[in-house]
Every structure is written in C-alpha cells, then in structure tokens.
Design a protein around this ligand. Structure first.
Ligand code: RP5
Length: 154
C-alpha cells in the first residue's frame, strides 16, 4: 500500500462528522490520506511529534479542522513547514466565528490557509490540498480538472 500524501487532523472526535466531507472529497479525488484526532491543548506533545515527523513519512500537505479557539492548525504550522490548511468548525457558543478568526489571523511568519466555516470549508480544504499536490502529481491534477468539469456541467 502506498504512503499517504495528505494528513487530516482534527481537534476532537466531535469534529469528525463535519470533517468527513473532507475525507470523502479526498477519496473522490483518489488522494491517499491518513486521519487523526489530536488536541493542541490536551495533547500538545502528540501534536508536536506528528507535525515534526510528517514530512519524513511522506506527507506533503496537512489539513487541520478545529473549533472554538482552534489553536490546532497554527500549532501544527509552527512545528512543520509543510503547507497547513485550516478548517474552522462551529463547535461553541460563537458558532465558528471564534475558530474562523483564530485560524485566519495568524501572525506574520507562520501561514495557515483558512477555509470557510464548516462542511464547505472541509470540502474546500480537500480541493485546495489537491491543487497543491497537483503541482507535483499529474494524476491528482487530472482529478482536479475532472472535478471542475463536473462542477461546470452541473
Ligand atoms: C476544539 O474544541 C475541537 O476541535 C472541538 O471543535 C472543540 C470542542 O472539543 P470537545 O470538547 O468536543 O472535545 O479543540
């Protein structure tokens, strides 16, 4: 079995149903991926170890979904220079506005690409990951082109 190219990380099991849209889209595009639940505030050491070993394990892009203060994408980005795509999730009283601002407002120097809140963002994270991977992997670029053609015909 070939190594995964994309890693999908979420801050809690409670994020899984929304992040399924991301996993389904990666499947649809034929992108090998792995997925993990790990919390930036409850398991900071696990997050560091994951991020620091990701590149050497063959991962080329990381997608991270989190709600509330949503530190996970930024913390991952602080430990790796792989591209990190953040998905803000509507987990708390502020319905995702908190996560959206947290992920979008990274200070200069450590970028995180911020998607829309919720399932739209989860799907777009997979599509952006595909476009990044498509720069190197021709079959993924072709899958992106097919996806766009289907969008246009629908
Ligand atoms: C974040 O806090 C998670 O990403 C989740 O969206 C939110 C709530 O987590 P749980 O209390 O449901 O584990 O860390």
């Amino acid at each position: 079995m070939s190594q995964p190219l994309a890693a999908v990380v979420m801050g809690s099991k409670s994020d899984a149903s929304v992040m399924q849209e991301c996993l389904d889209t990666l499947d649809r595009l034929g992108i090998r991926h792995e997925s993990h639940v790990m919390s930036a505030h409850r398991q900071p050491e696990k997050v560091r170890e994951f991020a620091q070993s990701a590149r050497e394990r063959g991962i080329e892009v990381i997608i991270a979904g989190a709600g509330m203060s949503a530190a996970l994408p930024g913390v991952l980005a602080s430990w790796t220079d792989l591209p990190v795509i953040g998905v803000p999730l509507a987990a708390g009283e502020l319905r995702g506005l908190d996560a959206l601002l947290s992920i979008a407002q990274m200070p200069p120097g450590v970028p995180v690409a911020c998607m829309a809140v919720g399932s739209a963002g989860a799907r777009n994270a997979a599509l952006l990951a595909a476009e990044i991977l498509g720069l190197k992997h021709k079959e993924i670029r072709r899958a992106c082109e097919d996806y766009r053609r289907e969008l246009a015909s629908g």
